[in-house]
Design a protein around this ligand. Sequence first.
Ligand code: CA
Length: 235
Amino acid sequence: MSGRRKILVIEDEPGIRLAVKDELEFEGFDVELAEDGAGGLAAIRRSRPDLILLDLMLPGRNGFEICQEVRAQGLRTPIIVITARNQEADKVRGLELGADDYVTKPLGLAELVARIRAVLRRSDQPKARDRDVLDVPPLRIDLRRHAAFKRGVELPLTDTEFRMLALLVTRAGEVITRDEFLDQVWGEHVHVTHRTVDTHVASLRKKIEDDVEHPTCILSVRNVGYRFNENITSP
Ligand code: CA
């Protein structure tokens, strides 16, 4: 990592806000604070943080709306949402709206710092899409030629299937939500549903998996989306 990284903390509870600020500054981060959604959005625009730590339950515009708004503006800034413990649905919704990770209250500061470092590390990696050929044995994706191969044999993928596969492999190990597929593969102005994503994943699996009933490349993440297995074990 180069230089000091700037973390924007959007949290309405002063006690948590200050405890997090102290801890992060102690760990060598620059910290900016916002206490509500409007202030948070203004700070994002003004100071372009390297990562946003976002409480979901905020007065005024809540964390879900902030998350959605940030992504709608095309910003890829990593976001970690803070949820109340046992709010499983909130975690899922946060991830669906484009958050990268979540932590639960009460916050463990050591865990929080570890999560922040992990998410920053991930976002620092050179984007795989900048490379032309992605090797994920037994698959190989040639982005420039728009072609995919399995054990050296070209796969008969449709354009949509290729784009889905390229998105999955480019971000191997990360969950891609159905909304992200819709945005990135179909574009935002096309009216297709989550069901369409599932249908295309099914046809893609038929072409790339050894055993469609037990997929090892494209894994389902229940209620959220799909993840490309970065640790495929394949002959
Ligand atoms: Ca709150």
